[in-house]
Write a protein that binds this ligand. Sequence first.
Ligand code: NDP
Length: 309
Amino acid sequence: MERIKCLILGGGPAGYTAAIYASRANLSPVLYEGIQPGGQLTTTTFVENFPGFPGGVDANTLMDSMREQAKSFGASIRQGTATAVELGGRPFRITIDGEEELEAETLIIATGAQARYLGLPSEEKYKGSGVSACATCDGFFYRKKTVAVVGGGDTACEEALYLAGLAKKVYMIVRRDVFRASRIMQEKVFAAENIEVLWNCNTQEVLGDGFGVTGARLLRKDGTVFDIDIDGFFLAIGHTPASELFAPWLTLDAAGYIVTEGKSACTSVPGVFAAGDVQDSRYRQAVTAAASGCMAARDAEKFLIEQNS
Ligand code: NDP
């Protein structure tokens, strides 16, 4: 059975950055990219807020560059998804794609999170051309336009406020007659002149002209169906961290995010580290994921030194 010093799960900014740091520290890391090589970022098109790219950078190009950088230092980047783990003792045992078994002295989990969508076919059709689950990534394209944000939580309020600073008008589509968001976020939303909250509304369909979003058809609880004209449709109805596999072994918070200790990537199991969106419900940015990947590799290196001394 192959024995790996530092196994990294997840091919996004957190995983690739962990691989860059771990390979430079001579940990001979092996990284399995999972179902979506490049991670969530590849669901967007252009990244304008990653430092170092004044003209912006194509999301796939950015991820390819990170992957190449990790490879150039000797990291082994492989296709495959972990399907079973045993973290009860070291070395940890990990099964890839249901068949290949590996042993790992340290494990870095960077499996990310998935934004939740409503599940409408029209929403799927316009993903990347008007439908987005990330206002900080895509909001800039809607300057002086009209957009809608679905959801009534803190994220929805935060995204609506961010978009209100760019767009002409922001609708919030909220399925109940109250927000779930904290009082302070609600007050900010109510104070914003260009945000209109559509209470008790669910989206029936995202409307488009074949090229991009032009509107949304909404159903109010009283049975009224009506259309709104919009250029962008933003989902903010929560994220699902890809942590299910690790739930029997690691401490997770109520929403399923892996809990890390203080300012570190350490999980509740010594030798297992978590980086990126699987442990971060708050910032969820490529740059913060990359930073936490660096932390995880440094923590893994320190752990191995301590074990061997
Ligand atoms: P939440 O789970 O808190 O909120 C999700 C929102 O989406 C709710 O209003 C929910 O409605 C709505 N929703 C869920 N499913 C659907 C659906 N199918 N159709 C329409 N609406 C739907 O998720 P968030 O991402 O907002 O927040 C996650 C965590 O992160 C929270 O603990 C939050 O407090 C925290 N956070 C904190 C921030 C801050 O402090 N600045 C910023 C961002 C997040 P309903 O209420 O009816 O269930």
